[in-house]
Design a protein around this ligand. Sequence first.
Ligand code: ADP
Ligand code: MG
Length: 725
Amino acid sequence: MSGSAARLQAIDAVIAYEAPNPTFAPAEAPGEVFGRNVFTKAVMQKRLPKAVFRSVVATIEQQVPLDPAIADAVASAMKDWALEKGATHYAHVFYPLTHSTAEKHDSFFEPDGEGSSIAEFAGRTLVQGEPDASSFPNGGLRSTFEARGYTGWDVTSPAYVLENTNGTTLCIPTVFVSMTGEALDHKTPLLRSQQALATQAARVLKLFGHDDPGTIVSYAGPEQEYFLIDRHFFLSRPDLLNAGRTLFGARPPKGQEFDDHYFGAIPDRVLAFMLHAERELFKVGIPAKTRHNEVAPGQFEIAPMFERSNLAADHQQLLMVTMKRVAREHGMELLFHEKPFEGVNGSGKHVNFSFGSSTVGNLLLPGDTPHANAQFLVFCAAIIRAVHKYGGLLRASVASATNDHRLGANEAPPAIISIFLGDQLADVFEQVAKGGATSSKEKGTMTIGVDTLPVLPTDPGDRNRTSPFAFTGNRFEFRAPGSMQSIASPVYTINTIVTEALDFIATELEERVAGGEEFHHAVQKVLEQIITDHGAAVFNGDGYSEQWQIEAEARGLKNLRTTMDALPELITDEAIELFGRYGVFSEREMHSRYEIAVEQYELSIAVEAKLTVEIAGTSVLPAAIRYQTQLAQNVAALTAAGVEADTSLLRAVSTPIAALHAALTALRAVTFEEGHGAGVDAALHARDVLLPAMAAVREAADELETLVADDLWPLATYQEMLFIR
Ligand code: ADP
Ligand code: MG
């Protein structure tokens, strides 16, 4: 079937499509299914001996090392529970340095030698697995003769069973490390950074009189944006199928009234999907809340409640897999790509961040006494210092070929990392900077900047949607992460840079107090120093404006526009020292991450370049030539009949055809020629040569889309994909 026939059939199929379950009405209330498939603390309490249960909870809640002696008991209880739920297999789930989630499945059942089988699941099987690491990126951490990698049980993220029509699986969240214990995944550094944060936060809290603050952890609440399109269209577009984004497509005419059936039954179908997806998420304990999003046609958002960031990161990965699966059951494809459609807003994943413990509460919540507020200001100041000092690392934590299409494109924050405090808080820090400490009051009360702090509303009305890092009343919202990425790298980066700031603050305060300085005076002085040294990152204005680019440069803030500008931040001496000092990454691990990110960047653009060559050469150009031939035949026929033929249309089509031909020839050459090296050289070639060459091909092809007869056009159009559902 020719390209255009396939497209037209897809349209017919979509219009004729009947949802399998148009009025999705679950029999049970959400509360009844929530956590049903999770090996929760409550389940463990019921099934484990008391001492074993207490030991596991200590590991989960207080980061006490896991007692290996209890593994057998936990494994056995977990297995029985999973078998009762119908599980036949177990899987160590891990998060390699791609965007995906990996699972190694094994059967519970082993032959017993008597012709039957017995269910086996020992403690050592629970604690450690041994997948072949060779198919996952390692950035030089694994020599070719040692392909093994190890997965290790993360006790702090509960196991769960995943239902599938072909069988149910017990899933165990794990870390993934090399033979030599080096991190090959997203989870390991996240866990390490939580520990570092806990240590330094406790030092600061001790100075504020909290001798036993509980284990401080960071919390993350991700807001996930995505597109939904009918699966027929998805399958008819090789670019969407292979690259996740459209490499071609003229923009839909603005303000166009669409046919009635284009809009038919949209809400029902999407709503049915949302309710279904929510239910599946509830079962595995993900506290999701779906909403419609009006930003772009076909775009929606889901925001789970915030959780401990390690759990939030695991849940976020599981959410993406689950949502995609459920969308397919409803005949739709869910797109997590940051920029599936050019000229239409892309998708991000805001990461809301705070930290605290059940004992001391949220440390980013303004207090209602001056003392509590001083503590709040100290933790806020730590974030200001972190963002200013390590803005480049934050930028690098969200760097990818796909997110480059979105950052700085007036729909997402710019590549300049600044921090938004809101008028009130910014004002307080301005007072602090003016040196309230000079008018120091008597012992026991605070100095001006701190004690005039007004009671801050927890949800300040002023929201700055253009800021990459904004205070929103009781948390900071990092708005630069891409929709497709794991939230682990932004979170472990924030954890680590805040850890450094807290370490700095604790050391300063301890020294000042040891030197006889009154505590609140010392706090005032340290706040003053931080806002003086790092206030340049505070920006409350319009981050999308031209002016900000200029001002940011004057302030000395980095503007790392592309991934290849941002990634070198990972291997500066300063970055390596920082992550090394807090035990989050070794130097080798940093280099490995850098190399993997460069490689992923290059690979994803190289795939797109090849797809562009293929689609332009085998679909777009042939369709255009067919149309050109029809026009030429028409001119010839008219001329033969003695009618004067107008050749303007033929010429109008021939110009972009020639342009497409030329651009395609050029792209083919730079895509397939050898000699662009590897690593950084290849990545820079991708950015500086392939991307512009692809853009030239697209430009000519998109022009043709507006000229060629619709019944010949091979690719589903933006209008169809975005509006027919
Ligand atoms: P908005 O759209 O105004 O940014 P949403 O309600 O869409 O807010 O999303 C807020 C997200 O922030 C949710 O995931 C929520 O759980 C999360 N969140 C709320 N409070 C905190 C907190 N203290 N720490 C981390 N995340 C939080
Ligand atoms: Mg938000």
